[in-house]
Ligand binder design. Structure first.
Ligand code: ZN
Length: 246
């Protein structure tokens, strides 16, 4: 079973289309969307509809904090994020909002747990950005493999039987063996707003048969996505950062 893990699409249709085309070429048995379908970007309607269509075909989809923020009165966010959330609220229809409102916070399947932020208090959206946070997340579940997004920074944490938790930045196209005697918390990079210095969209393929996780980077037309953000009148920083991957 090969599962394509896509997170933090952030209303970036160009990046989503490019990643889905890449997934098709790689071959995957299933797609999982780890939340934040909307927010920041200029095409929330298309992205919500594409994801809902994938779900109709069997994809797993879970809720992200930006998806939730669209449904809440006063989300606690920075000014740029909030501007995009308010705009998104105005362009999404009731059907789109109902779809987002129905998404679960987590998805458990065998030894795998999928969550947007972290497994400990998932609805409080913790940032898994250190070995300590990875340990806290893993301590909240008996799943051996936990996959999340939220930080937009790809990193794999391995928890050894002696309690040592080591971070590891995955290299594109190089499978990481998820050794069976360890537990793993992997942060999948962002499809629609990468922040690790590369503008290429990030996603990963989990191969449960081989026991590997492979990060992929997919160049896409980030200028077109930025133009859409500018056309929507959203903060310039949300457009310009796409070219920088920061
Ligand atoms: Zn995000």
């Amino acid at each position: 079973m090969r599962i394509a893990l896509l997170s933090d699409i952030h209303a970036n249709r160009e990046a989503l289309d490019a990643c889905l085309a890449h997934v098709t070429r790689q071959g995957a048995d299933r797609i999982a969307i780890l939340g934040d379908i909307v927010g920041y970007g200029g095409d929330p309607v298309a992205c919500t509809e594409i994801v809902a269509g994938l779900a109709d075909e069997g994809a797993i989809v879970i809720l992200g904090n930006h998806d939730e923020a669209v449904l809440r009165d006063e989300p606690d966010m920075n000014a740029d994020a909030l501007a995009a959330i308010r705009w998104t609220r105005g362009v999404l229809g009731q059907d789109h909002k109902r779809y987002l409102a129905g998404l679960p916070l987590t998805h458990r399947d065998g030894e795998m747990l999928l969550v947007h932020a972290g497994a400990r208090h998932p609805g409080q959206w913790p940032y898994v950005n250190s070995p300590r946070e990875a340990e806290l997340s893993l301590s909240a579940t008996d799943a051996r493999l936990v996959f999340c997004g939220h930080t937009h920074m790809p990193v794999v944490f391995s928890l050894q039987p002696n309690g040592t938790c080591l971070p590891f930045v995955p290299v594109a196209n190089q499978p990481v063996p998820l050794l069976r005697h360890r537990r793993w918390q992997a942060v999948i990079g962002s499809v629609g707003q990468p922040r690790d210095g590369s503008p290429a969209a990030a996603y990963a393929i989990l191969d449960l048969g081989q026991g590997t996780l492979t990060q992929h980077r997919v160049p896409y037309d980030h200028q077109a996505a930025a133009a859409r953000i500018r056309a929507a009148g959203l903060p310039e920083r949300l457009a310009s950062r796409l070219a920088l991957g920061r």
